[in-house]
Design a protein around this ligand. Sequence first.
Ligand code: C2E
Ligand code: MG
Ligand code: MG
Length: 734
Amino acid sequence: MKNIQRFIGICFLLLCILFLAPCLVSFCDVSAEEKDSERLVVGIPEDRCPIFYEDPDTGEIVGIGVDLMRSAAEEAGYKAEFQFIEEETIKDALDNPKYDVIMPFGSAIKSTSGQESIVSDNLFQTPFTLLVYGNRVVPPMNKLRVGMLSSLGGGADTVRQLYPGIEIVFYDTMPEAVKNLRKGKVDALLHNSYVWSYVLQKPSYTDLKVQPSAMFSMDFRVGTLDTPVGRSTVERLNKGIENITDTYTQAVILDYTTRRLYRYDMSDYIVQYGDVGILVILVIVSLVMIGIFRQKNLKLQQEAKMRWLKNHDALTGALSLQGFRNKVQSLLREYPDNSYLLNYINIKNFKYINDSFGMKAGDDFLCFWINNINSNISDDEAVCRIESDHVAILRKGKGDNMILKEDAAAVDLVKNYFMDRGEEYRVQICSGIYVLTPEDYELANVDHMLDLARVAEKKVRETKKDGYGFYNAEQWTKGKRIAEIVSHLPIAISSGEIQVWYQPQVDCKTLDLTGMEALCRWKHPKMGWISPAEFIPELEESGQIFELDSYVWETVCKDLKRWRDLGIHHSASVNLSRSDIRDDRDIPGYFKALIEKYELNINQLRIEITETAFAENPETLIKTSEKLREIGFSVEMDDFGSGYSSLHMLKEVSVDRIKLDMNFLTGSGDSEKGRTIVGYMIQMINSLGMAMIVEGVETAEQADFLLKQGCSDMQGYYFHKPMPAEDFEKMSLL
Ligand code: C2E
Ligand code: MG
Ligand code: MG
């Protein structure tokens, strides 16, 4: 066992020796080599690519001269260490003991301090050539004024020996030398052609040319002071130089001269790519300018669009109200001799068009309409879409007949718009026309003129199905008065201007009081008594009627409670407007709450709903009426006989009492016929088993007649006129 262990140990040792031996040998060799080589400090001029230069990538000093000298030194047993000389010329460097040798020298020269030097054998031939500016013809070498780099001071001596007549000017840097060559201060620059091949790679030197005719060669030797050490060094180096073959020399030269050694600095890039750069800058500047221009253009376009939108309607392209104001004002100034008129046009039931055919169809129709108007007006006329389906046109008038004719022609196309597209609907157009006065040309108050045309349009809308109507001053005064009344309502209610009056209802046989109708009265501080017939329709339209009615109902309940407390049990009829009924308003609940609040009997409050309201909005009203009756209220159909379909209503709607208005049946036309109709109506209502009352009874004959026909409940001036609550109270207490 021990033997095996020993065997393994020996094997391991042998293996280690086998691996380590080569390393040890090479280590010893290196030490020997290093020991044999002597350090030789070689001073060389700086920045003389490709002869001597510092490799920018490795930081090593390299070049043709460096490589050849390193080889020669190695051959001579030296390890050459290259240092760039700090002195201005190599003559100066000769005197610096830190360098063992200096190069390059063409021949031996004296140092700056005057000491003799010795030089080695020629390391390689450097061909010297002239560099000229453009096609300038240079004089022969002997008469030449040539520029050289200061660091070539030694070479300059050789040149002077070769060409005694030559004049040499020294420059510290190559750019300075080139500048003076271009200026003509020297005929040419002189340097070895390897340096030229490097320098001429600079893009800004393309105007310089090497002149081969002036070529001559200079030796490239190593020099040092003529001392014993110097002589021994040179002697050793010569042996090394002797061993450098021509082939090797050529290979080194070729290697450096075919490399692209020149490195571009910023100025080179500018020269090389200057044109492209300028082009790129121009392109960028142009792009930026185009960008700015486009931006500006876009902004201008947007501003123009905003301006356009301010003055135009986006849907139809017609003028907006603001645009119309401006255009009308300028037209009135520009064409004071045109007799203008202003049309205010409105489509009846436009909401129905939108609801039935869709918004898009509504929009298309509006565009068609405006286009149609546009094609019928000239430049000194104007059209505007004020809002929705409201359109205004400023047109030249040519006498009343002409106006109507023209309007009819334009309007007919529009009226048949849906019919022409296969829909069973004929558009109804209401048009109000206001003829401008001389004052309008002066004041140019467009809003005022529009108001007047609108008054005329409204009149048409209220009175006719559709068509035209001219503005007249009365309408205007009335419209103004109504607007004032309507806007004053809230104050009127709170200040007690609105009063509730009562008109008694009687049994004609006994003249007993059977009830009364509550009717509102308005005592305006400036206008005096205003009839409900005047302001109720306006409040209905402006959506304020509920404010008034709820006030009236509450007042009635208060009065009823007060009278009941005094021991008199009255029942009153109140009017319910069609506009009081809205989806979000629970009218039956409202009345129920009222009677609960004032602790009244349900039979004390009767609710009158006018017959025409049932006809216009049957579903909702029938529902409301049914609900009221379910609760226990008595519902009356007011103004029976005033509508077109009274008999139909009688069948459709179930109410507690029919209220027949004498005025509707006997007021105009053949009064005898009216009486006959009233007579038959009473018979019919009686035979249907319905309760009834006749209102508007003004005479004893009427009362007699009605009584004979079978109706005893009556209301009218013949019995009592509507009276203030206090008067009614006094009367009923008697
Ligand atoms: P209506 O409900 O049909 O009221 C009857 C109208 O006939 C009252 O006019 C009344 O004064 C009038 N009248 C009564 N007897 C006679 C008569 O013998 N001859 C003539 N020619 N007229 C008579 P009034 O008070 O001017 O009211 C007019 C309409 O205003 C009412 O008609 C009613 O529809 C409405 N109204 C009045 N007060 C209110 C109210 O508080 N709320 C609502 N929603 N409407 C009311
Ligand atoms: Mg009534
Ligand atoms: Mg009535």
